[in-house]
Design a protein around this ligand. Sequence first.
Ligand SMILES: O=P(O)(O)O[C@@H]1C[C@H](O)[C@@H](CO)O1
Ligand SMILES: Nc1nc2[nH]cnc2c(=O)[nH]1
Length: 291
Amino acid sequence: MNSKEQISHDDYQKTADWLKSQTKHRPQVAIICGSGLGVLADNLKCQDSFAYSDIPGFPQSTVQGHAGRLVFGELKGKTCVCMQGRFHMYEGHSLCKTTFPVRVFKLLGVETLIVTNAAGSLADGLRPGDIMIIKDHVNFPGLVGMNPLFGPNDDKFGPRFPAMSGCYDKGLRSSAMEIGKQLGVSELMHEGVYAMVGGPNFESIAEARLLHRLGVDAVGMSTAPEVVIAIHCGLKVFGLSLITNKVVKSYEDSDSVNHEGVLEVSRLRSQTVQQLVTELVSRMETNNNAV
Ligand SMILES: O=P(O)(O)O[C@@H]1C[C@H](O)[C@@H](CO)O1
Ligand SMILES: Nc1nc2[nH]cnc2c(=O)[nH]1
């Protein structure tokens, strides 16, 4: 798993150039839609959309609830590109494939990455349907060497040893909390720590208890590698978790989680997440530096 499949700068550039030849949109903001959150692309105006299978170099989505489409369009005066479907390590993608689109976005001129995901809650105050603005993450696979930056560093993208402190932009986080208030959903809004685990199984009770003790508020199977790559190449990052289930922490609790339930809660709350993200994008300052 540690062996690093190499993707050259040229490979990312070829995909970016192909996309530039197919659409006039030059995005400033990229949005990665978590499980069941593909609706985030629906507000984009003047859409150009591409199936992942038609984009040279792109991996394929294999998970239910991840459509496998890249959608370009205008959102409140900003040009955006939206991934309807992300790639997960548990699908068998290498981490550089998992994060491939993020470097392509950088080459397209994107300045800010918005990552969303479905996650299970460990913190007692987080209920299904709540929205957790990600304050920080624990990249469990990364801590044991499964990091998308493993292997020779590509200096054209960023430094060998990037800092990850403050990786989730403070200004965007407070803006999102403010927007939540204005949308009248402040009771749903929280900030917390997201942990990525490898999946695809959900947590055992002992694992859930361990994560809780370690200070993790919500757990999922994505996001951290994309954020590491985004920070490495200088993108601003905003992340949110839609809490779709409580992670079972008690041997007396007979609840159990499944992917269909995760998708159902995501869909129920997707309009609210869409409104939040749309308003956040509308308030973003961008440089408009088309490439
Ligand atoms: O892509 P995300 O992180 O939203 O997907 C979560 C984690 C698993 O892929 C799936 C489990 O239901 O949802
Ligand atoms: N690991 C993990 N991922 C999730 N994605 C949505 N819910 C969960 C969960 O409970 N655990």
